[in-house]
Design a protein around this ligand. Structure first.
Ligand SMILES: NC(=O)C1=CN([C@@H]2O[C@H](COP(=O)(O)OP(=O)(O)OC[C@H]3O[C@@H](n4cnc5c(N)ncnc54)[C@H](OP(=O)(O)O)[C@@H]3O)[C@@H](O)[C@H]2O)[C@@H](O)CC1
Ligand SMILES: Nc1ncnc2c1ncn2[C@@H]1O[C@H](COP(=O)(O)OP(=O)(O)O)[C@@H](O)[C@H]1O
Ligand SMILES: [K+]
Length: 536
């Protein structure tokens, strides 16, 4: 039923470390769930999903023979239950377990599989002709690097061409950091079990995960909250959350100023397009009023392309950058300001003026490069209104060189920067993190089609527009940041689906921000509704 989230939808917001998963698992076992029963349930759910994929998806070779890598722990146990079920469904199954010791439950399943006549092979090479490999070697119990013979086995499997489906996590990927521990299986698809592990939100793990999906096994929400807290400081950004916080439907008695007035400060003679792309992003946000301050010489172009916007021509430098904000402009009369795309890094006094305003502010691109020339921590800490920074990794390093030791993890880096400055920090990338001093929320789905000049400018405008509208409604700035990041990524995903990943230039992307079209992908969720459980 629309508006009533089911268990699978509710758990999408959570992300856990191996230790947290273990703690949740312990609570379930202590409450009386037998370990073997849970393994059976989990593995049957994996099998059901696997069979539906095998029946529905077109594979280049029909899947008849399946090779199963069996580890020493419960990841191996899961794999053995899946193997047994596949065997009963008529698939050819070959087991391979290069370990002399197994945990008792795994050893029992191995013995039972043998008693059924499921063949165990003695060398990895004997799986070479399988149509599909199931990787059940290590799950969240992997703590030390894969070395020696096992590393050799991983390399051999990675050199083959058939699909590899990993159970819980590709063997060799660290559950928390997403880093490769020695060697790791390169999966085609990964079935993450029960709750999303942190690795799935770490960019460094992406090449190993393939496509990933969550297999639900009904972990009680009380156990999740008992371990993670009622309002976990780290969460996944879900479509349900973002859609429920879109600023629609509009109040019947609203007017254009109530819908927010955004001022974009962008562009230069050299980077005209940045101002235009930000303007088009802001247009898609539905903001009530849009003003764009640009150097005088590019005003005609903007006026032509964005007839609904008020284009403000500003005095310009010899090189065609904004020299100062036009005299008649009172920055404090806007509901939000978005500043930076295409400014050139010439004019520090401009950014100082903007920072001195008392309005919510998005800083991007050259806005960030100019800020880096000041003392970002002191400057931002002294601001009288909310600031949202939208750096990519390079800009982040320039802004916060003192956080270089945290640069391996966007979650850690963005959180530390938000704590230092009090700003909302959107650290952009394949897995964009949105951090406040209290929390980090990570966008788990996007498209590499967005890795293209100008797509960040579009985000800045979209975000600025939402910020202007939503700050009028007393919504916190991080909410606009979350909605904008989700919206922008979804546009990228849908555009890439229609046009391939190469067909999504930034201008085309703005056309895909059409919300009506995007929402057809989520008929089950309603804008502006209450989402239970999720307390931000
Ligand atoms: N949580 C849940 O709710 C549920 C979890 N379930 C499943 O259980 C999985 C977790 O199982 P797990 O704890 O047994 O750990 P797992 O990943 O199989 O591996 C540990 C074994 O590997 C060994 N080992 C480690 N590193 C090694 C190395 N480098 N080289 C060689 N050996 C190494 C390690 O040996 P040890 O360190 O003890 O010497 C130990 O024997 C989880 O991912 C999921 O699939 C579901 O069934 C039910 C619901
Ligand atoms: N591999 C990727 N997968 C998904 N999104 C990406 C990827 N690479 C970049 N992006 C997104 O594309 C946008 C690029 O922004 P930015 O680097 O500021 O570009 P520009 O300054 O050229 O506009 C960001 O929203 C970022 O999250
Ligand atoms: K695995």
């Amino acid at each position: 039923m629309a508006g009533t989230p089911n268990h699978f939808q509710l758990i999408q917001q959570f992300a856990v470390t191996a230790a947290q998963m273990q703690a949740i698992e312990t609570r379930i076992f202590d409450a009386g769930m037998p370990v073997a029963a849970l393994m059976e349930k989990v593995a049957l759910n994996i099998t059901r999903r696997l069979l539906s994929i095998l029946h529905s998806e077109h594979t280049s070779t029909p899947i008849k023979l399946i090779g199963v890598l069996v580890g020493p722990g419960h990841n191996g146990g899961d794999a053995l239950v899946v193997a047994r079920e596949l065997y009963y469904r008529g698939y050819g199954v070959l087991l391979y377990s290069p370990f002399s010791q197994h945990k008792p439950l795994t050893a029992d399943h191995l013995r039972y599989a043998a008693s059924l006549g499921i063949q165990t092979v003695e060398a990895i090479a004997q799986l070479a002709h399988c149509d599909l490999i199931i990787d059940g070697m290590f799950g969240f119990g992997l703590e030390r690097p894969i070395q020696g013979d096992i590393a050799q086995i991983v390399e051999t499997v990675n050199s083959w061409h058939q699909p590899v489906f990993s159970i819980d996590i590709p063997s060799g990927i660290h559950t928390d950091t997403g880093l490769v521990l020695g060697k790791a299986i390169k999966a085609t698809k990964t079935f993450c079990l029960g709750l999303w592990k942190l690795a799935f939100l770490q960019e460094q793990a992406l090449p190993w995960l393939g496509t990933s999906e969550l297999i639900d096994f009904d972990i009680p929400l009380t156990d999740i909250h008992a371990v993670l807290g009622v309002s976990p400081p780290l969460q996944r950004l879900t479509p349900q959350w973002a859609i429920s916080h879109l600023p629609i439907p509009l109040p019947q008695n609203t007017h254009k100023y109530k819908q927010g007035h955004l001022l974009i400060i962008a562009g230069s003679r050299r980077y005209t397009g940045a101002a235009l792309l930000s303007g088009l992003g802001a247009r898609a946000s539905g903001v009530g009023m849009l003003s764009i301050a640009v150097p005088e010489s590019i005003k005609p172009l903007l006026s032509f392309q964005l007839p609904e916007a008020l284009i403000i021509g500003c005095p310009e430098t010899e090189l065609g950058a904004i020299a100062s904000i036009a005299d008649h402009i009172n920055l404090d009369s806007y509901d939000a300001i978005a500043c930076g795309p295409g400014l050139t890094p010439e004019n520090v006094s401009l950014i100082q003026t903007v920072l001195n305003s008392h309005r919510p502010l998005v800083l991007d691109a050259d806005g960030l490069n100019l800020l880096a020339q000041l003392d970002p921590v002191t400057t931002l800490s002294n601001r009288q209104a909310a600031t949202i920074l939208t750096p990519h990794r390079g800009e982040f390093k320039r802004l916060f060189p003192q956080l270089n030791d945290k640069s391996h993890s966007s979650m850690e880096g963005s959180r530390a920067a938000a704590r230092l400055t009090g700003a909302v920090v959107i650290l952009k990338g394949a897995r964009t993190c949105i951090a406040t001093p209290q929390s980090v929320i990570i966008n788990p789905e996007s498209s590499p089609a967005l890795a293209r000049g100008g797509s960040g400018d579009v985000l800045t405008g979209l975000l600025g527009g939402l910020l202007a509208t939503q700050s009028r409604q007393s919504q916190p700035p991080e909410l606009s940041a979350q909605v904008a990041v989700w919206w922008h990524s979804l546009a990228g995903i849908v555009a890439a689906g229609d046009r391939t990943e190469l067909g999504v230039d930034a201008f085309t992307l703005t056309k895909y921000l059409n919300l009506k079209q995007l929402l057809t992908h989520f008929p089950q969720f309603t804008p502006n509704s209450n989402v239970p459980i999720y307390n931000n």
